[in-house]
Each structure stands twice: as C-alpha cells, then as structure tokens.
Design a protein around this ligand. Structure first.
Ligand SMILES: *Cc1c(COP(=O)(O)O)cnc(C)c1O
Length: 345
C-alpha cells in the first residue's frame, strides 16, 4: 500500500487543551474550523469535548453540520462568518450560534431567526470581520436587547507579544464592551499567551491545540509516515528528478517515497533542507518535490527503509513551515486527502 499515514495523537491534543486551559481562569473553547485544521473536526471535537471543552468555533455554518453530528446536542458551536444569506435553516437545524459581524447580518438574523442565540463580532482594529465602534454604538442598545451570548473580537498581532497593536486592540475592545455585562472573548492562542488582561471570559485557541506556534509548550499532535516505493543505486554524477535538480557527488542510494505537493508537501520544501527520518536517523530530502513523489538520500543508512517519516517531534509542522516559507497553520490545513488518517487516544 502506497498511501502515506497521518497519525493524529488525540491524547496530545487533549493535553494541549488542558495545558492552555490551566493558564487562564476563564473558559477555554476550541477552534475547529477548516475541518479541525485538517485533522477531522468531528474526531478532534469529540476528543476536546471529552477533555472538557464546552464551546467550539467553526468558520462557516456548513462546517457545523459534521461537528454537531459528532458532538451531539450539548456543546455550543459558534460560526465566525456569522449569519450569511441562506444560513438560517442550517443555524436552526444544527443549533449553531452565528457571531454576527455587521448590521446587515444582525437585521437578517433577527428577522429570520428571532430568539435564536447569537454573538456579536466587534472590530477592534484588524479591519477584517466585525462591527466598528461607530456601527456598534448605533445598534448596541438594540443588540443588547436581544441578549447576545458573547461579544468577541480578534487580535491581529498576538503572535508578536511586544507589538503595540495588542494594547491598542485591548483598549478598543474594552471601550466597546465595558458595561455590557455579557461574556466577552478577545483571544486566540496568541492572545491567551499574552496574559490575563487578554483573557476576559473565554479564550478561543486553535493552532496551539494542534501543536503549533506561537504555543512553544505544545505537544506535537501529528506524525506523517510515507512508504518507500523504490530504492536505487546511483553512480557519482547521475542526477535525480525533474530539472536534474540534484546530482550525486558520490555513489548514492536514493529512496522514492509516496507523497508530494498534491498531498500538501509544498514544492517550496525542496529548498528548505528538510529531512526524512528512518526512525531517529535523518536523511536529506533531495531534488524536486513532484506531485506524488519525493526523493531522499538514504546512502548513509546502510539499509533500505520501508517507510520514512516527514513530520515528527524532531521535524515539526512549524519546522516544515519554516522550510517552505509559510506558517504551521498552512502546513496543517494543506495536509492531503490521500493520507490514511489514524487516531490514537
Ligand atoms: C482562527 C481563529 C481563531 C483561532 O486562532 P489560532 O491562532 O489558531 O489560535 C480564533 N478566533 C478567530 C476569530 C479566528 O479566526
């Protein structure tokens, strides 16, 4: 079988949630958008619910369907994109709570689903989603009269603790919400780590649960093992792969493994000096990353491996991201559909 295996450690995920939760005195929710950062929102959500999470966030109402089915009727599921045209039935049928982000959405929600729970998203400076201070001031009394379950905003620079934007947004959020006497939420993983000023009543970590920066203390959650399809001997001077991108400087053994950029192992990784691990032993990835295949120099192993590991605790999602010139979020959410995902608890 040439399918690579993506192993997801649900115990590590649960520990990451508990450890983040223990850093605050507020509620810790869990962000499971983009199918649980690529790891399966249902599986991830269930494991986090067992760990103690009571509230979950997704990006789009459609993402709430599979999650609700996995979680059952109890836990809260909130939708960052709010109440879009055509969402009413989904929101109602699957008990999803839209985080309304404009006056238009608010009017739509009150008309289509009167009495249905909602939250309000405020823009504290990121200029992405949410009502600005002026809009909020205009509709605040009306909105509060309908009993929102949460007032939330989002930080633009929380992964840079010293960035002045953090304090600026904190002040704006306070100014907009002070005196409302409602649950408030400002922080994702980065903001949670900034300390108690940023915690309010609920934090919304995503990436930290899945083992990624900026949460340095996170346990790695994913391991990626890729089968070797073929191993061959090259004479010095022979080349490997598209564009003859690598030339053997000595007699070399080259293993070809069954994953490529179609599986989310971005082509840019070929420039990053990443390794493929035979157990604990690193072997250099060489040549171009092709659609379904990657080539690895296993000369120094002394034996031909059957499988090589690309993501493990030595070469984390963040290390892969650095090598590809991106962030761990993108590596995780790009992990391909061809992988056989296995879950351990
Ligand atoms: C994605 C997202 C989160 C989670 O962010 P992480 O950096 O992954 O912890 C929280 N809140 C909002 C509004 C988001 O879009």
């Amino acid at each position: 079988m040439s399918t690579a295996r993506l192993k997801i450690n649900l115990e590590a995920l649960a520990i990451n949630w508990r450890n983040l939760d223990s850093r605050t005195n507020c509620e810790t929710a869990a962000v499971v958008k983009a199918n649980g950062y690529g790891l399966d929102a249902g599986r991830v959500g269930k494991a986090l619910a067992e760990a103690g999470a009571r509230n979950f966030f997704v990006a789009a109402a459609e993402e709430g369907i599979a999650l609700r089915r996995a979680l059952g009727p109890g836990p809260g599921i909130s939708v960052f994109s709010g109440h879009m045209d055509g969402d009413a039935k989904l929101l109602k049928d699957f008990q999803l709570t839209p985080m309304l982000n404009s006056i238009d959405q608010m009017l739509r929600h009150f008309e289509a689903l009167p009495g249905h729970p909602f939250g309000v998203q405020l823009d504290s400076g990121m200029n992405r989603l949410g009502m600005e201070a002026g809009e909020w001031a205009a509709v605040r009394e009306i909105a509060l009269g309908q009993g929102p379950v949460l007032l939330m905003s989002h930080l633009a620079c929380a992964d840079e603790p010293d960035h002045g934007m953090n304090a600026f947004q904190l002040k704006n959020f306070r100014d907009m919400t002070e005196g409302c006497d409602l649950p408030r939420s400002l922080s994702a993983t980065g903001g949670l780590l900034l300390g108690p000023d940023y915690h309010f009543d609920l934090c919304r970590p995503g990436i930290g649960l899945y083992g990624g920066a900026p949460y340095d203390g996170a346990l790695p959650v994913v391991t990626l093992e890729v089968p070797v399809i073929q191993t061959r001997l090259l004479a010095a001077g022979e080349t490997v792969g598209y564009g003859n991108a690598w030339t053997a400087q000595r007699e070399s053994r080259i293993a070809t493994i069954a994953a490529g950029y179609a599986d989310g192992l971005q082509r840019a990784l070929q420039n990053g000096g990443i390794q493929a691990y035979a157990g604990k032993t690193p072997c250099p990835v060489i040549g171009r990353v092709s659609m379904d295949l990657i080539t690895v120099d296993v000369t120094d192993l002394g034996a031909d491996p059957e499988v090589l590991t690309l993501i493990n605790e030595d070469q984390t999602v963040d290390r892969m991201a650095d090598a590809a010139g991106t962030i761990g979020y993108e590596i995780l959410t790009s992990l391909g559909h061809r992988y056989a995902r296995t879950y351990s608890a």
